[in-house]
Ligand binder design. Structure first.
Ligand code: 5RP
Length: 229
């Protein structure tokens, strides 16, 4: 199958992430699996090594279904003591490895899985690398009855909220995408402020728990980046 240049970079980075992950796990390890097209490449390539995988937890029903279709065991997060490594894509990463996630509406389960994981490996093609977060609209998962209230509060924070029509999250909630927030800095502060709005489940800033490692696919190969303080 012919891949677009961007998908070729996603696949290359997913392959590097599989090798990295296999070096981190033992026969008891649980791997956290993210959501999206880069995570899908990771799942499909990981499946070639499924005999070495004790189990996984998934950040979405879609990823759980894909893992199960490959015959890889998927556990409820409540049933596992530890997640050795969590591997997931992102919509943006800055040099501190603070992320925007949630383009695929899976941000809440992604944030929970990242919170539990000992190590968070983010995988992305080069288009996701930015100096400042916020050009990609920031997703916010919201309890449906709070949608208008949350939108008004987001305007007070300087954003331009847009309801993502027709999308219901795996948790039965809705998504508001907040435009025109660039540059988001400090990201931790905005993450906390938005999470403090009544009716918000969580938002797609991963700054309080950034990635530990980023693998980024470029035309010059896969680069590994560690968080800059
Ligand atoms: C899903 C996500 C994805 O990781 C993010 O949208 C990146 O997706 P892709 O790998 O398809 O570019 O946060 O909620």
């Amino acid at each position: 199958m012919n891949l677009s240049p961007q998908d070729a970079l996603k696949k290359a980075v997913a392959q590097a992430a599989v090798e990295y992950t296999l070096n981190k796990i033992d026969d008891q390890s649980i791997i956290g699996i993210g959501t999206g097209s880069t995570a899908n490449f990771f799942i499909d390539l990981l499946a070639e090594h499924k005999a070495k995988i004790a189990g996984t937890v998934a950040s979405s029903e879609a990823s759980a279904d894909r893992l199960k279709a490959h015959g890889i065991p998927v556990y409820d997060l409540n049933a596992v003591d530890e997640v050795t490594i969590y591997v997931d894509g992102a919509d943006e990463s800055n040099p501190h490895l603070e992320l925007i996630k949630g383009g695929g509406a899976a941000l809440t389960r992604e944030k929970i899985t990242a919170a539990v994981a000992k190590e968070f490996l983010c995988i992305a093609d080069g288009s996701k690398w930015v100096d400042h977060l916020g050009t990609f609209p920031l997703p916010v998962e919201v309890i449906p009855m709070a949608r208008s209230h949350v939108a008004r509060e987001l305007v007070k924070l300087g954003g331009d909220p847009v309801y993502r029509e027709g999308v219901v999250t795996d948790n039965g909630n809705v998504i508001i995408d907040v435009h025109h927030m660039c540059p988001i800095s400090p990201a931790r502060e905005l993450e906390e402020k938005i999470n403090n709005i009544t009716g918000v489940v969580t938002n797609g800033l991963f700054a309080l728990r950034p990635a530990d490692v980023l693998m980024i696919g470029t035309d010059d190969g896969v680069k590994t980046v560690y968080a800059k303080d």
